[in-house]
Ligand binder design. Structure first.
Ligand code: AMP
Ligand code: MG
Length: 327
């Protein structure tokens, strides 16, 4: 079992020293919980891959305290500065050409690095205390559902790490949006996430290239490490545009669970779940991974999930659902 720490000044100082000494710590961010290591320490970063069982060709995101720290590890473009001015601290990751100080293992041998400045107050304090960037992918076993609460990290990785800092439930509940900002005139979204494409495009006053679709399965691809199958429960998941006749079908087959976007108006069976009371996309996103984990813990043979409207945050919600549904 890991020790779950409250984010007091004293504990954060202790964790910054633990990270400096090569340790791994579960940390809260506004998107999902991360598994943190000193990004400039190749041995510490290597442990992230071991603990997550993550393939070494899947690069890590580096967390910094401010835009100023960015210069230490990469070559920012004007495009990146503009994006970071607008959206940092927040759920935006930029890809930029890396400096040699970043170990190869962190970037999976690429000459670029992914960088983010989190808005979570605990992560902000921790990145300020650490005089090095923090490498932190999501704190889940590779390809499983991402964690949005300290207890999710404890359940999945508690036997492999010593400390988890509890910063409460994550505000967004979806990973950061990743944008390749190396080419001044052609921003490229590599992964949909908590910041919608529309918000990015409004800010830039130009269109951003969207993730390519694969011919075979219509799933957005392909930045390094972005796989069709991800965020997956153990139960088999199916995504449908609308669940019809729920009241009837839910009673007929109790081994199938149904995941709705909004709470239904009728009394439900134990195999019916929902992601929000309101139908608001923010609430749906914030609850998605938590509810999927709860359903997975009960262990249905099949989960049928309703998809969101393909607009704003709905794009990222559907992206996660479709990847969770991949075989
Ligand atoms: P995670 O932190 O687990 O949500 O995953 C981080 C993701 O960021 C990886 O899976 C990659 O898809 C992406 N990423 C990290 N570094 C790079 C990079 N240098 N170029 C492109 N994508 C990257
Ligand atoms: Mg992840």
């Amino acid at each position: 079992m890991a020790t779950i720490l409250q984010p007091t000044d004293e504990n954060l100082l202790q964790m910054s020293k633990f990270l400096l000494s090569g340790g791994l710590v579960g940390i809260p961010t506004e998107t999902v919980y991360g598994l943190a290591a000193n990004a400039l320490d190749p041995e510490a970063s290597k442990k992230i891959f071991e603990v997550k069982n993550r393939p070494s060709n899947d690069p890590l995101i580096c967390h910094v305290a401010s835009q100023e720290e960015v210069d230490q590890i990469c070559f920012p473009t004007d495009l990146a500065r503009k994006l970071c001015d607008a959206f940092w601290p927040g759920p935006l990751t930029v890809i930029l050409r890396k400096k040699s100080v970043v170990p190869e293992i962190v970037t999976a041998g690429l000459d670029s690095v992914a960088i983010r400045c989190s808005s979570h107050p605990v992560m902000r304090s921790l990145t300020r205390l650490c005089e090095f960037p923090i490498a932190a992918p999501s704190a889940n076993p590779f390809a499983y559902i991402s964690p949005t609460r300290a207890e999710h990290v404890e359940t999945s990785l508690g036997n492999k790490i010593e400390y988890i800092i509890d910063g409460g439930p994550c505000e967004f509940g979806l990973e950061s949006t990743i944008i390749d900002a190396r080419e001044e005139s052609s921003p490229r979204i590599l992964r949909y996430g908590a910041l919608s494409p529309e918000e990015i495009e409004d800010e830039l006053g130009m269109e951003a290239q969207r993730p390519a679709k694969t011919a075979s399965d219509n799933i957005p691809q392909i930045a390094p490490g972005i796989l069709p199958k991800h965020y997956s429960p153990n139960s088999k998941l199916e995504v449908v545009s609308k669940i019809l006749d729920l009241e009837k079908i839910a009673t007929e087959d109790e081994d199938t669970a149904y995941l709705l976007l909004q709470k239904p108006r009728f009394e439900t069976e134990r195999n019916v779940f929902w992601l929000s009371e309101s139908g608001r996309l923010q609430d749906i996103a914030a609850n998605l991974f938590d509810v999927l984990r709860k359903m997975d813990t009960i262990g249905f043979s099949r989960i049928v999930a309703e998809e969101a409207k393909e607009l704003g945050l709905g794009v990222a919600i559907n992206d996660r659902l479709r990847r969770a549904a991949q075989d």
